[in-house]
Design a protein around this ligand. Structure first.
Ligand SMILES: [Zn+2]
Length: 1021
């Protein structure tokens, strides 16, 4: 036979575009449109319908960026379209085109259709533009259309240029001009047979594109499509569509091969809680997407939808109670399926231990209390890498499965598995799936299904994967076209077998066919988006400060409740926690959102801090009594300066200066106490730091520590997200100091160093405490650079094969060498409060109060010979960036960042330093000290949280963990009347068979902890 593939394909494409697609709508009639523009932030329906509407013609511009226009749409449905007169196989719909652009759904204008009595019908979005017209809803008693469309003029923020600075990220900068023009507001008669034919054609045409051209199946399908083209008359598509479908029936009926990959297609909509839009718009995105899903469920009984993020349900519950009740009904039916169990799909690199636990606690509590469902998987398709602490926390929250997608974005290495055990730092593991389709926004096209089958790495041992389908990032969700694609690929030769399913069914099936998959141990580092540990430093500082203030507030409020009977502000704390948890969303804390989002986050953190200071102040006043003695308060887990951890001590008199006086020495200065001696040169660099006990020098010979380094930081794409490796080859050392002087700092004398660079200014205070081994460096920056990365370097005379970085409830080790592609790609890493490098018997820690990004590399001395390799290790903190997209003013202005160089530190010292720096001592006026609620006798076992139980029982909950990666036997002694102690999960539910089951020894509970084990104790009162 002659090969006509190319000509037949071209004919098919033209036929589909020019005749088949237009024939879906048999007829359309314009409706009457009136409009009212809000001219500000969104308003509730009741306010909108009461406004004054004016006639609005199609083609008229509407919508300045971020504004809202309400359209009132009325008109008759032609009599010949409805009731007994309606032609066979047709339906009537409203079709809306708000002036949609080529950008994807969720990245431009979106609308919500409302009935005249305020019920949401469905959204209108690009590629999903219809509104069903049902009697009593969009139609009035006479059968006339009468509804409202709330149109959001959300701008396409990147506008196709994902690195260009844009003014669209804030209301004030986005300009006054309308950016859309209303194109269509029609009632339409839909030809259902033509629509079905279009879906048949798309499914089979897709198969032809993905099958080898030489395969018999591709040829068979192409011939069937050719027969269809011959059978359908372009002049009468409606009249011949059935014949066209008949020509395709045999090809669509051929069953899948026995070895075809099995796909669980799970309806989904990834809705970023903030990103290129503010949270207020996400509230509306949720209403739009969820109403789309409910409308789809109304028309199709098999559709299920996986929906994560308690926060998003909570928004809908608050703002759209009627819609929420409809969702709740579908949840009861098991069709609208809560997944994930977290408050938001958070970042997992940066949230602290307790905060990451609370993502699960708050999320699960919400799902159980409001929806009666407890999700059993953690669902984080899009977060930027996954902490090795997560498996344990998931398990302790009662979840045993994990789903991610993002790790397919690695720029260097491919993850070897798609279904595997993921094992965390403590040895806990979760059954993990990483969908081989490589998208969480699938449209179930033949290309995507084939990709899932081809890439699936467990072939030969297992054959099942999950495909999340539905428009996402900005929401939208599944469409009827996607469901039609699933139906046609249920059992189709040449395609994977696609089943409409849900997450739990997938995990059950995957575990059944592959009970013992391979294991991935430790973090799942994302080889991409390495700038997200640093961008938007004020947001990061807000997170770190909020986490520690929340700890203090819960600790002192719980202590006051037990010791003095004070009220425990449970609801207030919960509300504040939820704000902090929301801002750990994977585009807020990582710094990858528009200006609007980050300015709002900064305001929210300020308000959180103000409220938490009130809570702390009230609790401490109740605890220390009336008086004017200075009372030193220690919220940290360890005793400090004579004050017990978690307690307070009344002092006889105010303490003197807490830091040593810098002594001039040649060009420079010496700061010394009994433990360490630090030499600072005339330019403010640390050139020596000696551990006096052993005489060991910590600074690499000839090197300068506390060296600020400025790098050109222009990634190829994704500015706020990425640091590209080439940044290292453009470095300016900020060597010269403009001024050095001794000043009286807040806690005593300090050496102040001033530097100027361009229009920016850096002021550092170096101070050594009288009794500690940590040189504290507070860096204040007035930052006006663009596309620059500011690092603070400590070249250390320590030969470390690996660096240790704190994560949640423990730490990870990462190689300092670049032997493998995996090591090489890990050139920027995340740490929480400290990093540590060491040799046997000597180590150095660098602690910080709000920095997350680090790089730790092997370093040769300047005078090394060819024969000498790296003797030293350089620890650098990534202090500030200045990306210009999506927030063109990211990081501009004032910053304060503190770090501490701890000389002669083991891992335990690093843990101490991290807590001490982040939980500074408070001194309040009062009458007496405070006995800690609980004492722990093993320094390796750290109390992370003390609070009252979530259930309002008044029980005290203590969360603690083994912090050094070893075994520990700890006596935990509650110092108050109690009736019993039990080990619980994170949600404070008794654990059936808890590890380290407590024994009793008098008043003490004896715990046997394994490395990095987290234990939650409920002390019953
Ligand atoms: Zn996302």
């Amino acid at each position: 036979m002659h090969d006509t593939t190319a000509r037949t394909t071209a004919r098919l494409e033209r036929f589909t575009h020019d005749w088949l697609e237009p024939a879906v709508l048999r007829e359309t009639r314009p409706l009457d449109v009136e409009a009212w523009t809000v001219g500000g932030e969104p308003v509730p329906f009741a306010e909108a319908v009461a406004a004054d509407y004016a006639p609005f013609a199609l083609g008229t511009p509407w919508g300045r960026p971020w504004d809202t226009t309400w359209f009132h749409v009325t008109g008759a449905v032609p009599a010949a379209w409805s009731g007994d007169a309606a032609p066979a196989d047709t339906r009537v719909e409203l079709v809306v085109d708000l002036g949609f652009t080529g950008a994807g759904p969720g990245f431009q204008a979106e609308g919500t259709a409302w009935t005249r009595d305020g019920r949401i019908i469905k959204a209108v979005e690009p590629r999903n533009q219809h509104v069903p017209l049902a009697a009593g809803q969009a139609l009035d008693a006479e059968g006339r259309v009468d509804l409202y469309v709330e149109a959001a003029a959300n701008p396409d923020v990147p506008g196709g240029a994902w690195t260009r600075p844009t003014p669209m990220g804030a209301w004030e900068t986005s300009g006054p001009d309308p950016i859309y023009a209303l194109r269509t507001m029609h009632v339409a008669l839909v030809d259902e047979t033509v629509w079905e034919l279009l879906q048949d054609v798309r499914a089979l045409h897709g198969l032809v594109r993905v099958l080898p051209a030489t395969s018999p199946r591709a040829a068979e399908v192409l011939r069937a499509l050719e027969d269809m083209l011959d059978a359908v008359d372009p002049d009468d598509v409606a009249g011949t569509a059935a014949a066209g479908r008949a020509a395709l029936a045999t090809a669509l009926a051929a069953p899948a091969t026995a070895s075809a990959h099995r796909i669980h297609a799970v309806g989904h909509a990834h809705i970023d809680s903030a990103w290129l839009w503010p949270t207020r718009e996400t509230v509306r995105k949720c209403a739009r997407t969820f109403s789309n899903v409910l409308a789809l469920m109304d028309s199709d009984p098999d559709v299920k939808f996986a929906c994560s993020s308690a926060q998003q349900y909570s928004w809908v519950q608050e703002h759209y109670p009627e819609l929420f009740e409809r969702i709740r009904e579908r949840v009861r039916e098991g069709r609208f399926v809560p997944v994930g169990g977290m408050w938001v799909e958070s970042d997992t690199n940066m949230p602290g231990g307790e905060a990451l636990a609370r993502q699960l606690v708050e999320g699960k509590r919400y799902f159980v209390e409001e929806l009666g469902v407890e999700p059993k998987e953690v669902w984080l398709p899009d977060s930027f890498g996954y902490t090795a602490a997560l498996p344990q926390l998931a398990r302790l929250a009662g979840s045993d499965n994990f789903l991610t997608q993002k790790i397919s974005w690695n720029d260097t290495n491919r993850m070897p598995h798609h279904t595997f055990w993921w094992e965390g730092i403590d040895g806990s593991r979760v059954f993990t799936h990483f969908p081989p389709v490589d998208t969480y926004n699938s449209d179930l096209s033949a290309e995507e299904l084939a990709r899932a089958e081809q890439q699936y790495a467990e072939k030969g041992r297992a054959n099942t994967s999950l495909v999340p389908f539905g428009y996402g990032d900005g929401g939208g969700g599944p469409t009827r076209e996607m469901v039609a694609a699933a139906r046609r690929t249920r059992d189709l030769e040449g395609s994977p077998r696609v089943e409409l399913s849900d997450s739990q069914s997938f995990f059950d099936a995957a575990r059944a066919e592959y009970a013992d998959p391979a294991t991935w141990t430790g973090e799942m580092y994302l080889e991409y988006h390495r700038g997200t540990y640093t961008s938007q430093a004020r947001t990061k500082r807000g997170n770190r400060r909020s986490e520690h203030l929340l700890r203090e507030a819960e600790l002192w409020a719980a202590t006051a409740a037990v010791r003095t009977g004070a009220d425990y502000p449970a609801e207030r704390l919960r509300r504040l926690w939820r704000t902090v948890l929301l801002q750990q969303f994977h585009d807020i804390l990582p710094g990858s959102s528009i200006a609007w989002v980050h300015r709002e986050a900064e305001r929210n953190y300020a308000e959180v801090a103000r409220e938490l200071e009130e809570v702390i102040g009230a609790a401490l006043r109740a605890l220390v009594g009336e008086g004017d003695r200075p009372v030193a308060v220690n919220a940290g887990p360890f005793a400090r300066d004579g004050v017990a951890g978690l307690g307070a001590t009344a002092l006889d008199a105010a303490r003197g200066a807490g830091t040593v006086a810098p002594v001039p020495d040649g060009d420079g200065w010496v700061l010394a106490n009994d433990l360490v001696r630090v030499v600072v040169d005339g330019n403010g660099h640390v050139v020596s730091a000696v551990d006096r006990a052993g005489g060991r020098e910590a600074i690499l010979p000839g090197a300068r520590a506390n060296l600020l380094q400025l790098h050109r930081d222009v990634p190829n794409e994704w500015e706020a997200w990425d640091i590209d490796e080439h940044y290292r080859r453009s470095t300016t050392d900020l060597v010269d100091a403009a001024k050095i002087e001794v000043v009286d700092g807040a806690s005593g004398p300090a050496l102040r160093v001033l530097r100027e660079l361009g229009s920016s200014r850096v002021e550092q205070d170096l101070a050594l405490p009288t009794g500690g081994r940590g040189l504290r460096i507070t860096t204040r920056v007035d930052w006006h650079e663009r596309q620059k990365l500011l690092k603070l370097a400590f070249p250390l005379d320590v030969r470390a094969e690996r660096a240790t970085s704190e994560i949640q409830f423990g730490h990870v080790h990462r190689p300092t060498h670049v032997n493998t592609s995996w090591d090489h790609a890990r050139f920027e890493t995340v740490a929480h409060r400290w990093v540590h490098v060491g040799e046997p018997g000597f180590g150095v820690a660098v602690a910080n109060d709000s920095t997350y990004g680090h790089d730790i590399t092997r370093t040769r001395t300047d005078d090394a010979t060819d024969a000498q390799g790296a003797r030293g290790t350089t620890v650098r903190l990534s202090l500030l960036r200045a990306p210009m997209f999506p927030d063109p003013d990211a990081d501009q202005g004032e910053h304060e960042l503190t770090c501490e160089l701890v000389v002669g530190a083991g891992i335990g010292d690093a843990v101490h330093a991290g807590y001490a720096l982040n939980l500074p001592e408070r001194v309040v006026a009062g009458d007496h000290g405070v006995e800690p609620l609980v004492a722990v006798d093993d320094d390796a076992v750290v109390v992370e949280a003390v609070k009252l139980a979530e259930d309002g029982s008044g029980d005290v909950v203590v969360r603690l963990y083994e912090s050094r990666g070893g075994r520990a036997r700890a006596r935990v002694t509650p110092a108050f009347e109690h009736t019993g102690v039990e080990v619980t999960d994170l949600l404070e539910r008794p654990l059936a068979a808890p590890a380290g089951t407590p024994g009793r020894d008098g008043d003490a509970v004896v715990l046997e902890l394994t490395p990095f084990q987290v234990v939650t104790l409920r002390v019953r009162r």
